[in-house]
Write a protein that binds this ligand. Structure first.
Ligand code: PLP
Length: 441
């Protein structure tokens, strides 16, 4: 920490102003715009810590929006990348690491008979939708409110619907995208009867149902007991492809992703973020009968950087670390995260501040609300975003870097000391700003 404390962001502000003269908005992804007090500039990072250009060092629970499952610059990942860049940088052709990583993923992920690589989660989603449409010869896709499946056109429809959202949450991360596309059918999540009704009426046109198995992009909501199992049964009954978007949950919540923990196997799944521990790689994985369409070339799947050796070297190292000792890293992540979740709840409760902590150890969310449970996007609209923003900004001022939407990511290298410092920080923030953090005040 600088002697002036964590509130000194002078150099970040100067750089943001300068950068904005040549880089649109001074940022490279829309969601970073929402950072409070404004998008900061960082100079270095190691393990669970990041250091900004003003010399402030923070414990990092943003993990670059999820990928850094082994923390920053994990020695195995760095070693693998350095070695790879010296041997084979990029070929635009085949190399053995592709197979090595593909085999690992097929061993780890229940639905994975075959995989295909691309670079971002948004792209992988498009590949999965294309496979589903080609296989079923149908065009409609069922998706759910509040789920994020990348920033490409048709998948933004229904992400954050309704006027209410725009009025109440105008300052949130979300572009007010009011699109319409007759191929996209948007439903509330965690409501099996609505899904069944839609399938009864439209199943002959529906190619796929796509869902985040744990709704990390909306307060880390959990599926209700039986919901995903019911969705699985309905998809099978109506001949619709079930796609799990595991871009966040994959290689984060368990060895085989959310499908492994929740014991529901989709037809196809997409992965990104954590799979390469901080390098750009995404994966479509699925049952052979569907993936054969890519294998035979019936469905086009292309990309200059697909399967690039750098990302695969990072993935190879990341997956080896994660899979060692029967997946001990996942247990560590889950335990650290669960202790944080409990600790945050306890400190808020001692200060009589109503909060709702949802999710699992590796990815959870802290909402400010008197509600004791929320199950879908619309129910989360009552949460107090001013209190959330105050909390996040106050945590920054005591050395804890969080994502602007209230989500926390935990890595395999967040340790005991981080946990202690973080919970002390939570305590000092809830005590110092009690009035401002009171939900629905
Ligand atoms: N799917 C989910 C669940 C995501 O959270 C994201 C990104 O946050 C994506 C897809 C898109 O991934 P990318 O940003 O790599 O394109």
């Amino acid at each position: 920490m600088t002697s002036a404390g964590y509130s000194n962001f002078i150099e970040s502000r100067r750089l943001l102003e300068k950068s904005s003269l040549s880089l649109a908005g001074g940022i490279s992804s829309h969601v970073r715009r929402a950072s409070k007090p404004f998008p900061l500039f960082f100079r270095s990072a190691a393990g669970s810590h990041v250091t900004d250009v003003d010399g402030n060092t923070f414990i990092d629970y943003s993990l670059a929006w999820g990928p850094l499952i082994l923390g920053h610059s994990h020695p195995s990942v760095v070693g693998s990348i350095v070695d790879q860049v010296q041997r084979l940088d990029l070929v635009g052709a085949q190399h053995e690491l592709e197979m090595q990583v593909a085999e690992k993923i097929c061993q780890m992920v229940p639905c994975a008979d075959l995989v295909a690589f691309s670079n971002s989660g948004s792209e992988a989603v498009q590949v999965a939708l294309r496979v589903a449409r080609a296989f079923t010869q149908r065009t409609k896709i069922i998706r759910f409110e509040g789920h994020y499946h990348g920033w490409l056109e048709e998948m933004l429809i229904g992400y954050r619907p309704n006027q209410l959202f725009e009025t109440i949450q105008g300052n949130d991360l979300t572009p007010s995208f009011k699109g319409y596309d007759s191929r996209i059918c948007v439903l509330p999540w965690n409501d099996l009867s609505r899904l069944e009704d839609a399938l009864k009426k439209h199943s002959s046109e529906v190619a796929a149902i796509i869902t985040e198995p744990i709704l990390c992009n909306c307060n880390c909501l959990m599926p209700l007991p039986g919901y995903l199992e019911g969705m699985r049964d309905l998809a099978t009954r109506y001949g619709v492809i079930l796609i799990f978007d595991e871009v966040i949950t994959g290689f984060r919540v368990a060895r085989g992703g959310a499908q492994d923990v929740l014991r529901v196997t989709p037809d196809l799944a997409v992965f990104g973020k954590a799979v390469a521990g901080g390098f750009p790689l995404s994966v479509v994985a699925g049952k052979r009968e569907f993936m054969e369409l890519i294998a035979t070339g019936s469905v086009l799947h292309a990309g200059t950087f697909n399967g690039n050796p750098m990302s695969l070297a990072a993935a190879d190292a990341t997956l080896s670390v994660l899979d060692a000792d029967s997946g001990a890293a996942f247990q560590r992540i889950r335990q650290t995260g669960e202790r944080l979740m409990r600790g945050i709840r306890d400190r808020a409760s001692e200060a009589a501040i109503p909060i709702l902590v949802n999710g699992v150890g590796g990815a959870f969310h802290v909402a400010f609300t008197k509600e004791t449970a929320t199950h879908n996007y619309r129910e989360t609209l009552v949460c107090d975003l001013r209190a959330r923003d105050k909390f996040i900004e106050s945590m920054l001022s005591v050395g804890i870097y969080l994502l602007p939407d209230g989500r926390w990511y935990v890595s395999a290298v967040h340790g005991e000391a981080d946990l202690e410092i973080t919970l002390e920080a939570v305590q000092s923030v809830v005590e110092s700003y009690r009035d401002e953090l009171m939900a629905d005040r």
